[in-house]
Design a protein around this ligand. Structure first.
Ligand SMILES: [Fe+2]
Ligand SMILES: [Fe+2]
Length: 333
């Protein structure tokens, strides 16, 4: 008979594994709140990958060349793949992908606020790659060391592709900047619109982020929102200089003492509005996702029917089919 392990011992073991920088795996005991936090975070991350295909998808049919169209298609497909790895990682925690999708389209689970902004010109495709995928990399590289094994492993693969996304965005912008005056203005306009929303991708300031401490203790999160935001700004300012664009922040200046860039405060009331559904494209994004989900119902039904058929075949011939075979033999077939 198996011995029952006291809860205290299980919790000690969990704490010891986390403290030793080892990974918690799906069959291991974990505190309920750890599981719930991970489900919420991974689902939100998966939803962001899937919804994130929409703003750029808006330009697939209007990409200016075959080459740009092929690159953009490949990127959008990568994002779909990221969503799938992440839904699979969430499922190891005992939730179902269908249930998570339902929560997304009914507004009970969120996705990154950045995808509620419109893509007005093709320069937005470049700026999304450079700034949005760039911010995603800052956020996600530390997640490769997250204490939950399936999430950490999914992130390793995702981060490799994100760095390709960032480079393709930067390369597109470099090309536009070498072009006409109108193209350079188009890039600057896109940077002006995306800069602040990109900074908001790191979430509220540390003072307003009550769950950070616990996530850091569990080694899900490795750095605070403000720390990651500073890291992003430090990485991006020299890239903006090289590109020849101005970042729309009059308070941006080098801090000799700290060895980093000081920058202005994002408009947090805007972040709150967008998170609560009042961004420029929230309704449109969710509606599009709902329609795509409904349009895909026949694929899911066909897959279930096929799986049932294969299972029935594997279970051996049924009485009815045996009877048919006997009849066929008697008829000399
Ligand atoms: Fe992605
Ligand atoms: Fe990406």
């Amino acid at each position: 008979m198996a011995e029952t392990v006291p809860a205290q011992t299980l919790e000690d073991r969990f704490e010891a594994v986390v403290a030793a920088e080892q990974r918690i795996e799906p069959r291991d005991w974990m505190p309920d709140a750890y599981r719930a936090t991970l489900i919420r975070q991974i689902a939100q991350h998966a939803h962001s990958e899937i919804i994130g295909m929409q703003p750029e998808g808006n330009w697939l049919t209007r990409a200016p060349s075959l080459r740009r169209k092929a690159i953009l298609l490949a990127k959008a497909q990568d994002e779909a793949g990221h969503g799938l790895y992440l839904y699979a990682a969430a499922e190891t925690l005992g939730v179902d992908r269908a249930e998570l999708t339902e929560k997304l389209i009914s507004g009970r689970q969120k996705y990154s606020s950045i995808f509620n902004y419109p893509t007005l010109t093709f320069a937005d495709v470049g700026v999304i790659g450079w700034l949005v995928d760039g911010a995603a990399i800052c956020n996600q590289v530390p997640l490769c060391r997250c204490s939950y094994g399936p999430y950490a492993r999914a992130m390793v693969r995702i981060c490799k592709e994100e760095s390709f996304h960032q480079r393709q965005g930067y390369e597109l912008l470099m090309t536009l900047m070498r072009g006409t005056e109108a193209q350079r203005r188009m890039v600057q306009d896109a940077v002006d619109r995306w800069w602040w929303p990109s900074l908001m991708m790191f979430g509220p300031s540390d003072a307003d982020s009550p769950n950070t401490a616990r996530s850091m203790a569990w080694r899900i999160k490795r750095h605070s929102n403000d720390e990651l935001r500073r890291r992003f700004v430090d990485m991006t300012v020299p890239q903006a200089e090289h590109l020849g664009v101005t970042l729309p922040d009059p308070e941006l200046r080098w801090n000799e003492e700290r060895g980093g860039w000081d920058f202005g405060e994002p408009d947090w009331s805007e972040l709150t509005r967008v998170i609560h559904g009042q961004g420029p494209c929230n309704a449109q994004r969710v509606e599009r996702r709902r329609t795509a989900h409904e349009d895909g119902a026949w694929v899911r039904e066909a897959a279930v029917a096929y799986a049932a058929k294969r299972a029935a075949e594997a279970a051996g011939p049924t009485e009815a089919s045996e009877a048919t075979n006997v009849t066929e033999q008697e008829n000399g077939k």
